[in-house]
Design a protein around this ligand. Structure first.
Ligand code: ADP
Ligand code: ZN
Ligand code: ZN
Length: 731
């Protein structure tokens, strides 16, 4: 017999391995197998078992051993993988591998492993009198509490050490009152731990949304377009409750940065210890554990970032994509999937509701809602007593700026600080200044690998290239003419923080960007400090726009919106409007009204006027009709061929051939080659050709044929190139 095996190698084909007839039942389809490959061993997944082999049977090697006794990919997950492989034109073996936690990819056991539990020791207990027992615990209340808890349920040793302390646990164990036992965790357990906390009284808009979702039968897509602070999370909580009561699980996708403990806490408070969390800071072991909790139905609610969309839910009941517009849902390397699209596919597959929520819908989802592919639920009011912030433009023309801030804005900042409020200032650049210039000869210190000016960093006291990460010591003199007359040009977060801290020295000014928040814990610490009002001025990059709740922020200032207006990327206005609206959403979230100011040299620009006067929802509809008129996505579908190399000629030669191939498809148009937004990085030039069609199926088929032909091009092996289906970014 022959196994057809998918291996994580960059080839669009399966591999055959032989087994004996007796072994047939040891190799389930959808289970992993260890096989020889070259002179190494590899982990693959069994796709099929055949009695014949399409390859030369004499050359087929025997499989080494099965790694699973039962499939780890259910039939649904297998067909999901097949669809992903076809749609994203990516080898099946690599898709399956991307769907697994690292440890399973490496061949570790997928079985539930026994864990250490604390049990009450019945024999010791029988020997001890009640009064002696009371006496033993006289000096340790904590031990008594823990003992009492364990008497009613065995507890994970790890959890007990965390909830109490290792010494309290040891104290109990030393008294022989409890002992540690290895036990395999039970499956289907979350219902025992589920609580149903008190819910808020839904306002009328929330009530309609909740009822519509609860009434859905089978697959229905919903788009909740709810202004910031309109109580979308409360809607999620209430519809999730229904699903849990049916004994089903829920997957909630969240953007990477939005995954703050506050969010998770809200779910835990409502539903108890049935919430599992998946994000990039988990260890490999923790990921495997969450994967098992999904597969064995040990947890009910899974809150996770992009790759959690592959979790093997045993009893899927609903998929929610929060902040569905967020760019982090699109993977930007290797398998370039969009988690929102995969979520939709899965919901359809399992015939369960899909709920997308955001204040700033992507034009893709808005298009689906307006064309009735999704049901459109609108929350136009803020929940509770908070009102929407007002938005204003300020003309920078002719003004003398300090720290990039107009004088009248400085006064407003001062007023708000004096009134005891917090102020948020958004800047699109981290570091001190985006360039270091020689005033004598005009030389700009540049990263030659990227043709990109170095950014000056004050706290690290160096020059950094924001494309490749390379850094150099700070220069006090010009490298070219040796003049000491060098100065920084432009402004970044560090400089604004420095100037504002000096100017408003009675207040604390905190900086929030990827430099100041390295490590997940750091960001959470800063957010907590902000909510404790330890800082009054918040200066930062787009991290500040991501769903945080800052009840005391009454003024948000957006320093420079103009760069978005003149971008060659047709998605730039959409991204700008999302950023502005999400930043606005941080202001005035409780009783104090908020205001938002956008500084610009282009205050008459129709896009800015529309956004400020009519708000995101009007703006997005205008933008959508423009895209439809121009036949751009979401009215059509795009795919990009991206190529990188140290030399330009082979790139252009390759993409010229790509153009010839694409030109043969009648229902497809293409543009390119053109340089990527980041034209050079780490010594490599980057070029793109973009194809577009009215039919996604036609596009994918054409790209697949083009890819096959391109693989035979003379430079195919030399260049770094990929096909990106439905690209969201051309940088
Ligand atoms: P969103 O997810 O849309 O940003 P949240 O669900 O976080 O909004 O709600 C914003 C604030 O309003 C929260 O403090 C929340 O507790 C409160 N809230 C939500 N729904 C209600 C309601 N029906 N009644 C009173 N307060 C509510
Ligand atoms: Zn010089
Ligand atoms: Zn560089």
């Amino acid at each position: 017999m022959y196994l057809s095996v998918a291996l994580a190698v960059p080839l669009h084909r399966d591999f055959a391995y032989s087994i004996s007839k007796e072994q047939l039942n040891d190799y389930p389809i959808g289970g992993r197998v260890q096989v020889p490959f070259g002179n190494k061993k590899r982990v693959g997944v069994v796709l099929a078992v055949n009695s014949e082999c399409e390859f030369d049977a004499a050359k087929v090697k025997p499989a080494i051993k099965p790694l699973d006794t039962a499939p780890i990919f259910s039939q649904e997950l297998m067909s999901l993988a097949k669809w992903i492989s076809r749609f994203y034109i990516y080898p099946m073996g690599e898709v399956l591998s991307a769907m697994l936690p690292t440890l399973l990819r490496k061949g570790e056991s997928a079985e539930l492993t026994a864990l250490e539990y604390l049990h009450v020791c019945k024999e010791s207990l029988a020997k001890i009198s009640q009064s002696d027992l009371i006496e033993t615990f006289k000096r340790s209340k904590k031990q008594a509490q823990l003992f009492q808890y364990i008497s009613s349920h065995p507890m994970l040793l790890k959890d007990a050490k965390k909830a109490y302390s290792p010494s309290i646990v040891k104290g109990l164990v030393d008294k022989s009152l409890v002992h540690v036992n290895l036990q395999t965790p039970k499956t289907n357990t979350w219902q025992e731990n589920m609580l149903l906390g008190e819910k808020k009284r839904a306002n009328p808009e929330q009530a309609i949304a909740i009822a519509s979702i609860n009434q859905a039968e089978g697959y229905t897509g919903f788009l909740i377009e709810g202004v910031t602070g309109s109580g979308k999370t409360e809607v999620y909580l209430q519809v999730i409750e229904e699903v849990l009561q049916q004994g089903q699980q829920v997957l909630i996708l969240v953007p990477e940065i939005g995954l703050t403990p506050q969010t998770v806490k809200r779910f835990e408070e409502r539903f108890g210890n049935v919430v599992a969390v998946w994000h990039s800071a988990l260890t490999d072991n923790e990921r495997l554990q969450v994967w098992q909790q999904a597969k064995h139905n040990q947890m009910a609610v899974f809150i996770g970032t992009r790759s959690s969309v592959f979790l093997p839910l045993a009893k899927p009941g609903m998929i929610i994509v929060d902040e569905e517009h967020d760019e982090s849902y699109k993977q930007q390397d290797k398998l370039r999937y969009h988690a929102r699209d995969i979520a939709a596919y899965r919901a359809n597959q399992y015939n369960i509701p899909l709920v997308l929520g955001t204040a700033t819908p992507s034009l893709e989802s808005l298009h689906n809602a307006l064309s009735h592919k999704y049901r459109h639920l609108i929350l136009a009011q803020r929940a509770g007593s908070a009102s929407m912030p007002t938005q204003h433009l300020i003309d920078l023309g002719g003004q003398v700026l300090d720290a990039g801030i107009a004088p009248s804005m400085m006064m407003r900042i001062e007023q708000q600080l004096k009134a005891g409020n917090q102020v948020l200032i958004y800047v699109n650049r981290r570091g001190y200044a985006p360039a270091l210039i020689c005033e004598q000869c005009g030389h700009v210190e540049t990263c030659l690998d990227c043709d990109n000016p170095f950014t000056v960093h004050l706290s690290a006291h160096n020059l950094q290239c924001h494309r490749c990460g390379k850094f150099e010591p700070y220069q006090h003199s010009c490298k070219k003419c040796h003049s000491k007359n060098v100065s920084t040009q432009g402004i970044g977060t560090e400089q604004i923080q420095q100037i504002l801290a000096k100017r408003f020295s009675d207040y604390s000014c905190v900086r929030i960007d990827s430099d100041s928040t390295r490590g997940k814990r750091k960001l959470n610490e800063l957010l907590t400090e902000i909510n404790q009002n330890k800082h009054q001025l918040l200066v930062g990059t787009q991290i500040l726009s991501k769903g945080h709740h800052f009840p005391n922020v009454t003024l948000a200032l957006i320093l420079n919106v103009d760069s978005f207006l003149f971008s060659s990327d047709y998605r730039a206005p959409e991204k700008l409007a999302q950023l502005v609206t999400q930043l606005s959403g941080r202001a005035g979230r409780e009783n104090k009204p908020g205001e938002v100011w956008l500084q610009s040299y282009q205050v008459g620009h129709p896009l800015l006027q529309d956004l400020v006067n009519n708000g995101y929802s009007h703006f997005a509809r205008t933008l959508l009709s423009e895209r439809i008129a121009a036949k751009l996505p979401p009215a059509s579908y795009q795919a990009a061929i991206r190529v990188e190399h140290t030399e330009l000629a082979p790139i252009l030669n390759f993409l010229e051939y790509a153009g010839q191939l694409l030109g043969q498809f009648k229902q497809l148009e293409f543009v390119g080659p053109f340089p990527a937004g980041v034209e050079k990085k780490q010594g490599r030039y980057r070029f793109i050709t973009v194809a577009q069609s009215n039919s996604s199926a036609y596009l994918v088929k054409a790209m697949q044929q083009a890819k096959e032909a391109l693989e035979k091009h003379q430079f195919a092996a030399k260049l770094r190139w990929i096909v990106d289906i439905m690209p969201t970014d051309f940088s």
